[in-house]
Design a protein around this ligand. Structure first.
Ligand code: BGC
Length: 349
């Protein structure tokens, strides 16, 4: 079969090449790939900045935002041939740490977790892949190709859960939520927060185009420019840019007792000792929480599946702005100004 592989930590080694059929040890369910979403993490891996190959191998099959169709359910009676499924990304560490021992692998304490297509287990950018029944999530068949949005939605299901848990440490009546960054994660955050009944504001650099239109179509407010100028005091901020200045401004802009949830992984931005003390003072004087959130456990996958199933299909379909063939994967990795989610499509839904 064909797969998109890379030699992690070595830039420009990605290839679309012949690759052995998936190992039965990867799971008893055999799946035919339909589509795989591309995200910033994939770009980082291809640029040689992140990623780990499985033990005993130099190359890693890329891809963690999957969608596939069951070819052979194996011994599992919960899946049948033709089911649309998505593979959970992370596996618990083998020790296991207390968090992984209770299924909260997203909160792994010792860093020995593994991740499909990212850390020591092959990903989903291959014509066929295998999955363990307990890590396969069925998607609502009416979602079709939109099922490929499940993985990024899980990231948001977890981030919002964090904000809600933290909010409940005191009397909390959230009304206004700001999302910084109108990429796929930011737009999915806006969708989820809207469904939660909040007054949602989204800030991005783009001044016109699909992003503002999609935000307004949700009934949310779009802002371009600086967080400092939005003219509202948010009860919570979901930060999806990873940009130092936006993070710093978000910490200043958050309301008293509010939470800034960081989901974006960025680079650079030198923080001086003074800036750190200023940030800390703002957090102390307003009882703020600045929390990082990564990955998702099965509870979040379940919640994300329900959220997508209830969402407007026309709105969701606007998030997928480009479908590329696997042999053109290099094009899928190039970001174009109007891109929201680019997917590599292996077969028809
Ligand atoms: C993925 C997460 C993963 C994280 C760090 C993200 O792109 O969505 O599942 O935990 O990268 O590797």
């Amino acid at each position: 079969m064909k797969a998109i592989t890379v030699e992690p930590k070595k830039p420009d080694t990605a290839r679309y090449e012949d690759f052995p059929e998936p190992d039965p040890r990867d799971g008893s369910i055999l799946v035919e790939a339909v589509a795989v979403g591309v995200c910033g993490t994939d770009v980082e891996i291809v640029e040689g900045k992140y990623g780990w190959a499985p033990e005993g191998s130099t190359r890693l099959v890329l891809g963690h935002e999957s969608l596939g169709r069951v070819i052979d359910p194996g011994f599992s009676s919960s899946f049948k041939k033709g089911d649309l499924v998505v593979g959970i990304v992370r596996r618990p560490d083998p020790v296991p740490c207390p968090a992984c021992a209770v299924g909260e692998w997203d909160m792994c304490r010792n860093g020995q977790y593994t991740e499909r297509g990212i850390k020591q287990i092959h990903g989903f950018m291959s014509e066929r892949w295998r999955i363990e029944p307990e890590y396969a999530m069925k998607v609502d068949p009416s979602l079709g190709l939109l099922g490929v949005l499940l993985e990024p939605t899980t990231v948001i299901a977890k981030a919002l859960e964090q904000v809600v848990f933290i909010g409940r440490r005191a009397f909390w009546e959230p009304r206004t939520l700001l999302v910084t960054g109108a990429g796929p994660i930011g737009l999915l955050a806006a969708l989820a927060a809207k469904m939660f009944g909040l007054d949602v504001h989204v800030l991005d650099r783009m001044e016109s185009g699909t992003k503002p239109d999609l935000v307004r179509a949700l009934g949310a407010t779009y802002h371009s420019g600086s967080v400092k100028d939005i003219g509202i005091v948010p009860d919570a901020i979901i930060e999806c840019t990873g940009v130092g200045q936006v993070i710093a401004d978000s910490i200043q802009a958050i309301g008293s007792s509010g939470t800034v949830c960081l989901t974006g992984v960025g680079h650079g931005g030198v923080i001086t000792t003074d800036a750190t003390a200023t940030v800390a003072a703002a957090a102390v004087l307003k009882n703020n929480v600045i929390v990082g959130s990564v990955n998702a456990n099965k509870r979040h996958w379940y919640k994300a599946g329900n959220l997508l199933a209830r969402a407007d299909r026309t709105w969701l379909s606007c998030l997928i702005t480009r479908c590329e063939k696997p042999e053109n994967f290099q094009q899928a990795l190039q970001r174009k100004p109007d891109d929201i989610k680019v997917v590599i499509q292996f077969s028809e839904v």
